[in-house]
Design a binder for this molecule. Structure first.
Ligand SMILES: Nc1ncnc2c1ncn2[C@@H]1O[C@H](COP(=O)(O)OP(=O)(O)OP(=O)(O)O)[C@@H](O)[C@H]1O
Ligand SMILES: [Mg+2]
Length: 253
């Protein structure tokens, strides 16, 4: 039986200090992501997507509820343990790449390993392996300013993956890409997921990107609104996603 890699139970998040006017950005959200799943998070602007990603990624604290990742409860961990946990168990892909301009692509990808104190002898083969998976072997010696947006984002994906995290978390990873590069990143993510068993959770407002997921959780006003599974062709799933977005009143075709 597959085990959950992420288990979110009744999570609530309130911003602001007590006494000030408060509203729930997350108001009792529960769901699990199983090992090897590719899950999308969608919902209107302000519905709580980034908040949800931030509390799962340990960048922010939930006000209530529990979040287990790879078996550990991150809501009770102390700061020091959290930062170790983050660097070992999580991989991030952001909209704006976050590559360091003065490091080569190779060095950027190697960074999570160097920070964990992995020896450079071991780092080489690990970087080469993810680079081959993401088809960026040819550009490893270049600098971010010398490669395309799509290549940059595949480098960011390689960096998110190189330390073999329990899950990859993406916040609008295709947001800054044109459609050709977005497709190439989504195909690379699908390859990681289907052929290498990598678990992925991706926040996106884009129905086309979301259609690459196996399952989508829709949130509205900080609550789970609906969940849909892909059962057939991606094109059919795309239309199904647009229908749900239209019901939500936030359709973006
Ligand atoms: N740091 C913050 N302080 C106070 N309120 C916040 C903060 N961050 C978010 N919120 C509020 O929490 C709610 C959820 O915001 P969140 O950023 O999670 O939405 P989102 O679904 O990611 O929206 P978008 O699609 O526009 O990125 C919104 O009402 C927002 O105004
Ligand atoms: Mg957001």
């Amino acid at each position: 039986m597959k085990t959950p890699v992420v288990d979110v139970k009744n999570v609530k998040k309130v911003y602001g200090k007590s006494g000030e006017s408060q509203s729930y950005a997350l108001n009792g959200v529960s769901f699990s992501i199983l090992e090897g799943e590719f899950v999308g998070i969608m919902g209107p602007s302000g519905s709580g997507k980034t908040t949800l990603l931030n509390v799962i990624s340990t960048l922010d604290k939930a006000t209530e509820g529990s979040i287990h990742i790879a078996g550990s409860d991150i809501t009770t961990m102390k700061q020091g343990a959290l930062s170790d946990f983050r660097s070992q168990k999580l991989g991030f892909i952001f909209q704006d790449f976050n590559l360091l301009e003065n490091l080569s692509i190779y060095e950027n990808i190697a960074l999570p390993l160097s920070l964990q104190g992995v020896s450079s002898r071991k780092i080489g083969p690990m970087v080469q392996k993810v680079a081959a998976t993401l088809r960026i072997t040819e550009i490893l010696q270049k600098y971010p300013s010398e490669v395309s947006g799509g290549q940059k984002q595949r480098c960011a994906a390689a960096r998110a993956l190189v330390h073999e995290p329990a899950i990859i978390l993406g916040d609008e990873p295709t947001g800054a890409l044109d459609s050709k590069n977005a497709t190439s990143l989504l195909e690379a993510m699908t390859n990681l997921n289907e052929n290498h068993g990598v678990s992925i959770m991706m926040v996106t407002h884009d129905a086309y990107s979301a259609s690459y997921c196996q399952r989508i959780l829709f949130i509205q006003d900080g609550e789970l609104y609906k969940e849909i599974h892909r059962t057939g062709a991606r094109e059919d799933f795309y239309r199904e996603i647009l229908d749900v977005l239209a019901d939500l009143g936030g359709a973006k075709a």
